[in-house]
Design a protein around this ligand. Structure first.
Ligand SMILES: Cc1cc2nc3c(=O)[nH]c(=O)nc-3n(C[C@H](O)[C@H](O)[C@H](O)COP(=O)(O)OP(=O)(O)OC[C@H]3O[C@@H](n4cnc5c(N)ncnc54)[C@H](O)[C@@H]3O)c2cc1C
Ligand code: FES
Length: 266
């Protein structure tokens, strides 16, 4: 655990915020990793909340978050100069075939606030020779809060909104159907049902797919077993009856090969 000081906590509209924190461990964060943040020194809420790392710059870490409940409401009320405790960096993050400067074309698929881990990833591969594409699905135009930052780092972005107020009308998976050929590997983050659909599409097309999963988390470090994920792989994990395994989203993930996830139990 390491204390972090809030530099800025900026409202982006539609209940989204971008918080910048001065944090000594910021330079250690790899794309796709997350932190557990305690929003208050009091006992309520007691548990830290998990957030993907959106960006790092020197000793600054940025988190993109959406206000959905008590913890994030308190977080949104914090001010520059306030301190919070941060546990991390946690999880294994994204692996990239051939390394950050590899020749693979990355197709990133984000649903809502699931876009958060892709900025750090996009920045890390910005010198790649390949055209990397982000497909961003949101409810409405108001929810598409971080489009320009991606354009500024040279990531191509295509948008689908459910009401058609920005980009293509419909679900992100509709747009993905016509763009699947653009990627050698798919990275997806968002609601579970979206991830399941993306995983099925990738499997149909024979494209490798990595999914970043969300689970309610208590400890974030593989101790409480609260974030167990049923997998269908035979990789190291906790072997249970009927030859399947459980892995912990916090410490074995949050990024998994989509073929390893038991999507019927998600
Ligand atoms: C690895 C990981 C990375 C995450 N990254 C981000 C991020 O970058 N930005 C962001 O805004 N959120 C992210 N989340 C989700 C975030 O942790 C939750 O939104 C947050 O914990 C909610 O806290 P709360 O106290 O405001 O809501 P609560 O009062 O705890 O819950 C309010 C509502 O949100 C639902 N909820 C709570 N946690 C989750 C969850 N993990 N997934 C889906 N629904 C949930 C509850 O079921 C409830 O309906 C991430 C979660 C994980 C596991
Ligand atoms: S949150 Fe405790 S084991 Fe994952």
């Amino acid at each position: 655990m390491k204390e972090a000081i809030i530099i800025e906590n900026k409202a982006l509209g539609a209940d989204y915020f971008l918080i910048s924190l001065k944090w000594a461990l910021a330079p250690k964060v790899r794309p796709g990793q997350f932190v557990m943040l305690r929003v208050t020194g009091s006992m309520d809420p007691l548990l830290r909340r998990p957030f993907s790392v959106y960006n790092t710059d020197g000793d600054t870490v940025e988190l993109l978050y959406k206000v959905v409940g008590k913890g994030t409401t308190i977080l949104s009320s914090l001010n520059p100069g306030d301190d919070v405790d941060l546990l991390g960096p946690l999880g294994k993050g994204f692996s990239i075939p051939g390394g950050m400067l590899g020749k693979s074309r990355l197709l990133m698929v984000a649903g809502g606030v699931g876009i958060a881990p892709f900025y750090h990833l996009g920045r890390s591969i910005k010198d790649s020779d390949c055209d990397n594409l982000l497909i961003y699905g949101a409810r409405t135009k108001r929810d598409t809060v971080v489009v320009k930052p991606f354009k500024d780092i040279g990531v191509k972005i295509k948008i689908a909104t459910e009401d058609g107020s920005r980009g293509t009308k419909g679900l992100v998976t509709g747009l993905l159907e016509s763009e699947m050929h653009c990627g050698d590997i798919v990275y997806a983050c968002g609601p579970s049902l979206m991830l399941k659909a993306v995983a099925e599409m990738a499997e149909d097309k024979g494209v490798r797919c990595l999914v970043s999963l969300e689970r309610a988390m208590a400890c974030g470090i593989g101790v409480c077993l609260g974030c167990a994920l049923r997998t269908v792989s035979h990789r190291p994990g906790r072997v249970l009856k009927d030859d399947r395994t459980y892995q912990m989203v916090c410490s074995d993930g949050p990024v998994f090969d989509s073929r390893d996830v038991d999507w019927d139990k998600i």
